[in-house]
Design a protein around this ligand. Structure first.
Ligand SMILES: C[S@@+](CC[C@H](N)C(=O)[O-])C[C@H]1O[C@@H](n2cnc3c(N)ncnc32)[C@H](O)[C@@H]1O
Length: 289
């Protein structure tokens, strides 16, 4: 549908807009939209398409897609340590214009407010890939758990023994707790703290088989903390940005591993998605030996 979306939308808009307005929309609206639960998020050039036209587009979308209840527009990029999105509602079927929804993916349910919490459609394969890479009976520590992007699929799709999901942001943490219940998960301990404090306490009783480090743009500064709960055989799932290849990310993990008397073996490396021009989101799985 995403590919046909713009064509279908423009055909419907042609019933009420003139040729110049349609051309403006055609040139300044992305070809697809992001659907999260019953919310649609549009990417468009806000300088070119004024608020009145945005409203017409959004109201037309609500009629075209009955399953969509609210249409939002991205007003900026994701900001800060908490990875907060910038999103504005332009039309809604609900009087409350609510931006909280439940998104389902691979049988996992994620409840969150799209105006407060980020969601990356481009990470869909990564969420499942990491879950499938978890060895049965593993202890997993998810250092940047958010609403459970990785912890929920790991609990649902792998045979992990226990998952410690650490999240610093209270809003994301509240959704993490709700998502654990919503998915009827019993083997996640959710911790609302900076992962450095949490690991300082956990290190006395936990050695992890898998450590998930999914913070962009970089989690390099947290590698020394991860090493405190690592052992021989631990696999670190490490995300980051690079302009050309995943090798740089592997080197970051390897250098920190050496400081803690581990060797590092690269098990997997891949490009996840484009982050911005000439910069890509990469992922590596590194085993400490
Ligand atoms: C948004 S998630 C990244 C999820 C995943 N990589 C993705 O893009 O789908 C990163 C989370 O780490 C949390 N975070 C940032 N710094 C942290 C810290 N020091 N300790 C624990 N959580 C932290 C943020 O609040 C955020 O919820």
């Amino acid at each position: 549908m995403a590919k046909r979306f713009k064509k279908v939308l423009l055909e419907r808009l042609a019933e009420k807009l003139n040729k110049k307005q349609l051309e403006l929309i055609s040139n300044n609206l992305a070809s697809g939209f992001q659907r999260i639960g019953d919310i649609a998020i549009l990417t468009l050039n806000q300088q070119a398409i004024n608020e009145q036209l945005q409203k017409i587009i959004a109201e037309t979308m609500l009629k075209l897609f009955p399953q969509i209840k609210t249409v939002c527009v991205k007003t900026g990029s994701i900001i800060g340590q908490y990875r907060k999105p910038q999103i504005k509602v332009i039309a809604s079927k609900a009087r409350s214009r609510k931006t909280e929804t439940i998104h389902t993916e691979y049988g996992c349910k994620y409840k969150f407010d799209v105006a407060k919490i980020m969601w990356s459609k481009g990470n869909i394969n990564e969420r499942v890939r990491i879950a499938k890479a978890i060895r049965p009976g593993s202890i997993v520590v998810d250092m940047f758990a958010g609403i459970g992007y990785f912890s929920i699929p790991i609990a649902k799709l792998s045979k992990a023994k226990h998952i410690y999901a650490i999240e610093i942001n209270k809003t994301a943490f509240n959704y993490l707790q709700q998502n654990i219940k919503l998915n009827n998960i019993k083997n996640i301990t959710a911790i609302n703290d900076d992962c450095r404090n949490a690991i300082n306490k956990l290190k006395h009783k936990v050695k992890a088989d898998h450590i998930v480090m999914g913070l962009l743009p970089s989690c390099k500064q947290y590698l020394s903390c991860a090493m405190q709960i690592a052992k021989k055989g631990t696999i670190i799932h490490y995300e980051g940005l690079s302009n050309n290849q995943a090798k740089n990310l592997f080197e970051e993990v390897k250098q920190e591993a050496q400081k803690h008397n581990f060797k590092a073996k690269l098990l997997y490396a891949s490009k996840v998605k484009s982050y911005k021009p000439k910069l890509w989101h990469y992922t590596v799985d590194v085993m400490l030996t």
